[in-house]
Design a protein around this ligand. Structure first.
Ligand SMILES: [Zn+2]
Ligand SMILES: [Zn+2]
Length: 323
């Protein structure tokens, strides 16, 4: 293996990412070295440099699929070549009340991938082995990567909603993660109501094919009062709309990886590790229908610039391996 790798790195706030040749990092005792194959892009990546000036330089990217190529002495759960996914949470203290209760995302010392530790816009990255997860074999690398932020949060919201007894649940906003979520919910026997953009006829048809009880476009309302609404879209108007569809005890959960912008919705954190494992087990019976748009690593800036226009409907992925 060569001693250096290519990475796209934030040097200064507001400046483009720079392609640099860096030493391949060596894993600490509890870390694995992952050879990155694909890294999904998220709106958070574009906010990173201005928000995180003190953390720079930093390699962004928090939706990574790659293969384990090396591990520290304390790691015995992965073998070389294991295909793993890495999402936002990168490391927690391991001994606070939140960590002991399997609620690592609430740990005060939580470090996030691509923010406080280097992420996946690079050929290799390190991760605490407790925050790397074997990904379902039915998903290709580029199919899995863009799900590792939005679908994980949506799943966390779904778990909160169903724990509170919700069975009749609205999914707000279309797109890639929504398709997977609708199918997964249908397979669980939940009643799914897909609320999409008024002109997203393709999405409405697909939602029905994936098992939604009802699919409609704004401003249509579901024919039933709902127990919960999961808002995957990143505009606050969707939350307001979802609230009008609720029954008396219903809640709206906002899953977007955006700042907390949605009054009247429950805050959703990243899921704890046990939930990520459950999700990946459930995903074994699910297939993706859409194809992500791919970019090479040096095109990361162009890909990030394309994000606001692509919206949530077409996932964007850096294909890191081999380019
Ligand atoms: Zn994200
Ligand atoms: Zn902790």
């Amino acid at each position: 293996m060569s001693e250096t790798m290519r990475a796209m790195i934030w040097q200064q706030p507001g400046e483009p990412l720079q392609l640099q040749e860096l030493p391949i990092p060596r894993p600490g005792d509890d870390e694995v070295l992952v050879e990155v194959s694909a890294c999904g892009l998220c709106a958070t990546d574009t906010r990173l440099a201005p928000d995180n000036a003190e953390g720079l330089p930093r390699i962004p990217g928090h939706q990574i699929v790659g293969r384990v190529v090396d591990a520290g002495d304390a790691v015995d759960i992965f073998a070389e070549g294991d295909r793993v996914g890495v999402s936002g949470p990168a490391r927690s203290c391991g001994h606070c009340a939140a960590c002991r209760a399997d609620q690592q995302p609430y740990c005060a010392e939580l470090r996030r991938t691509g923010e406080q530790v280097d992420g996946g816009f690079a050929h290799f990255m390190l991760v605490d082995h407790r925050f790397a997860f074997l990904v379902p074999p039915t998903f290709a690398d580029i199919e899995m990567a863009p799900l590792l932020c939005p679908l994980l949060r949506a799943y966390s919201a779904l778990e909160q909603a169903t724990a509170a007894g919700a069975r009749r649940i609205g999914v707000y906003g279309g797109g890639y993660a929504a398709q997977v979520l609708v199918e997964l919910m249908h397979k669980r026997g939940l009643e799914v109501y897909a609320c999409l953009a008024g002109d997203d006829f393709e999405g409405q048809t697909m939602a029905r094919q994936l098992g939604a009880e009802w699919a409609g476009g704004q401003p249509d309302a579901p024919p039933q009062r709902l127990d919960a609404g999961l808002v995957l879209a990143s505009e606050a108007a969707w939350v307001a709309q979802a609230r009008t569809h609720l029954g008396p005890a219903g809640n709206v959960f906002c899953t977007s990886c955006s700042p907390s912008w949605a009054p009247g919705s429950q805050r959703v954190a990243d899921p704890p590790r046990s939930q990520i494992r459950s999700l990946f087990t459930e995903l074994a019976g699910v297939r993706v229908r859409s194809k992500p748009r791919t970019y090479g690593l040096p095109e990361a800036d162009a890909a990030l610039a394309a994000l606001p226009f692509a919206g949530s409907s077409e996932p964007l992925v850096l294909c890191v391996a081999g380019r």
